[in-house]
Unconditional design. Sequence first.
Length: 204
Amino acid sequence: MAKGKMIVIEGLDGAGKSTLARSLAGRLAEAHPLSRYAEPGGTPLGERLRALIKDPDNHILPRAEAMLFAAARAQLAERIRQDLQQGTWVLLDRWIPSSVAYQGFGRGLGGDDITQINQWATEGLHPDLVIYLRVSAQTSRQRIQKRGLDKDRIEMEASGFFQKAAEGYDHWVEQTPYAHALDAKLPPGQLAEQAWQLVKGLGD
């Protein structure tokens, strides 16, 4: 049995990750067994940690926040590894690059330290492909405002935080050979087709 592939979609809040994930999931499921997860979450513990992290009423120190994400990721990594061994493909909304961007750069904890913590937590599990939806911090903020939904604890951060996170993403992508940046301002259909071409390449 061939091992499954792990595909991650990354980007700032409002970049269009969920929309792209739905499109890719529909096409992938026609060809492969598929599991789809969103971080933090995907396991019972991960879902509880997600609620803690996102609750605006919680005051969480940056280092504690980073460790909560790593803990949720450690739980999910075990499930992903089992999927891959069974030949199931995995489509994931966020992974370690999110922590590098948000906690490493946005919170100022350092990208290298965050990478090291998460590599340890996941026992070195890394994707076959990362699709990064590049969008400016300003556009990210505008899209979140248009949703008309209550913001979670992280979405409530000032624009400067997201600018630093965007810089963190760009830095990470430049250093990562299995990461590809796409323009998140493209029409959804065109963006989905570009992403699909990247995913198809995994089967070549």
